[in-house]
Write a protein that binds this ligand. Structure first.
Ligand code: HEM
Length: 180
């Protein structure tokens, strides 16, 4: 997993829960990197799992809720770090439709070691989109937060529902319907 994901995660934790919590979860997670990340480095995904597990214990919130909140935070971080990646889109549904074939293709060029999920579009109308998230990392709640923020980026909102096609969250169907 790319370092930018770790640095942004720790920044969110610091903002929401304070520096002491950051230091505490890094210590308890017993990380090979010792919690020292650079945005262009690449680190074992298990380090993220450990950090989220420790944060969940520390703040007494479910891991999924923390991952979802991080997805919302991460959208803004990625947008600020790489504005050119989303500049050409003028609607949230257009942006979502292009994750697989354009956005993450671009991301793979920026970060050759990135391990990205796949999104298979099942159906798209003027106001809705259905797609299947697949990834061995099972970060579908991260996807939910990112999707929600994509609508807010265009000053909109949406009903976002999801259904686990595999119990471990490695395959999840999203049904998204734009409000208004
Ligand atoms: C709403 C739109 C987007 C969605 C739903 C989405 C979804 C995701 C998800 C769920 C992951 C976690 C990895 C996994 O599940 O296997 C991920 C990783 C990533 N995405 Fe996206 N993404 C979106 C837009 C973007 C944009 C606009 C950028 C860059 C400007 C971006 C850059 C990245 C990067 C750098 C990673 C980390 C890859 C790694 O650590 O190896 N994504 N994305």
């Amino acid at each position: 997993m790319k370092g930018i994901v770790f640095t942004e995660f720790l920044e969110m934790v610091e903002t929401q829960f304070g520096l002491e919590v950051v230091e505490d979860i890094i210590e308890k997670a017993d990380l090979p990197s010792e919690g020292i990340y650079t945005s262009v480095g690449t680190y074992d995904f298990n380090e993220m799992v450990s950090l989220i597990t420790e944060l969940s214990k520390q703040v007494n919130l479910p891991p999924g809720d923390l991952i979802y909140a991080f997805g919302r935070y991460l959208f803004t971080s990625l947008k600020d770090a790489h504005p050119e990646v989303i500049q050409s889109y003028n609607s949230p549904l257009g942006l979502l439709y292009s994750i697989e074939d354009h956005i993450h293709v671009h991301v793979q060029k920026l970060y050759p070691e990135a391990e990205l999920p796949t999104f298979k579009i099942l159906e798209k109308t003027d106001t809705t989109i259905s797609m299947i998230y697949s990834s061995s990392r099972g970060l579908y709640r991260l996807a939910q937060g990112l999707i929600e923020k994509a609508f807010e980026h265009f000053n909109g909102s949406a009903q976002i529902s999801y259904e686990l096609l595999k119990e471990d969250g490695t395959e999840v169907k999203f049904d998204i319907s734009q409000n208004g």
